[in-house]
Design a protein around this ligand. Sequence first.
Ligand code: SAH
Ligand code: SF4
Length: 402
Amino acid sequence: MTVVLDQNATPRTAARSAPTAKPTLVGLTRADLSQCLKEIGVADKALRMRVNQLWRWIYVSGVTSFSSMSNVSKDLRTELEDTYSLDRPEIVSEQVSEDGTRKWLLRLAKSATDAKAPEVETVYIPEAGRGTLCISSQVGCTLTCTFCHTGTQRLVRNLTAQEIAAQIIVAKDRIGDWPDSAAPGDGRLLPDGDRKITNIVLMGMGEPLYNFDNVREAMDITSDNEGLSLSKRRITLSTSGVVPEIARWGAESGTMLAISMHATNNDLRNELVPINKKYPIEKLLDACRVYPGLSNAKRITFEYVMLKGVNDSIAEAKALVRLLAGIPAKINLIPFNPWPNSPYECSDWEQIERFADVVNRAGYASPVRTPRGRDIFAACGQLKSESVRLKASERQAPKASG
Ligand code: SAH
Ligand code: SF4
């Protein structure tokens, strides 16, 4: 179901932000904000204080206008207003699933190398007591996992840290997840007053470890405890298995980790998750074993998509359990989410249960992930936008100044 946006439903912000030509401060790091303030003449000695003020207005209060920044001097507010904006990515469409899952197609600002404004998808999944936001790290993906819809879309480009963080801001606007949201918001199962976004998963479009620095910066913004304040324990990065970057991610960011496992032998994993040809299962599991901070309370999630007749035998369930022995692990069985012309079918429910039984008996609790938002193609691996990459010959060379 595609809904027409009802502007009255969220009186605090226009659902479609009317993008101005002015660069937006939303989604910037402290260092970037500092630079922006410098450029409008804020003195060095005042920078830290001013950055802290902006930071709180943007990431704690979620204001959409400089005039709301009551502790910022009037002169500076005018200066900010003249030079910058607080624009969010534009919500092009919003789809609401029968189960309350919401999928937004977001249009980002066009950069110099973009053929047109790129579009990405962000998904909000409300559940009892928690709300998970699934965000994208790239437009498209360089990898070509055979069961994944995003994998059929070539990589258009990496998202900037700002564009990754801004997905959280726009979602908070839309569901009313700011402290003084005028609208009760729509966290569905979450009582009013509770935070509606409690967890972030990097499981949208793209391979986050192929956009390492930007994703790390964005997660630093997200986990800053004077701002969005989502602890790293509540952020999960999912990777198809970019082995050399796993250790680096552990050292430099240290969020929770999820691995797209999907097969128990290299032949099949080479086929399903082709990056396996470069980094086979043994190397991947070695990287997992040394991921920092693992314990029973902090486990790696192994995702396993259930493909009928491909990877769903009982022998494979047993092999999976054997492979993961000794690694603090959770196993998430994901019923395959079909997409138009997808080459697989989802395993039968009885088979998923039999597979889950083996996994359960090995001590892994409640491993089947209920598909959310399937009716609106918002479930894992169904995301794809129409953005295409500009051929080099079509890219406009940045104009020389002067
Ligand atoms: N690129 C990263 C993160 C995005 S995909 C990765 O591959 O891990 C998020 C999860 O959805 C991954 O586990 C991925 O394997 C899974 N997935 C992809 N397509 C799917 C589909 N059609 N049905 C179910 N899960 C899928
Ligand atoms: Fe890319 Fe992940 Fe999809 Fe594979 S599963 S194609 S890595 S988004």
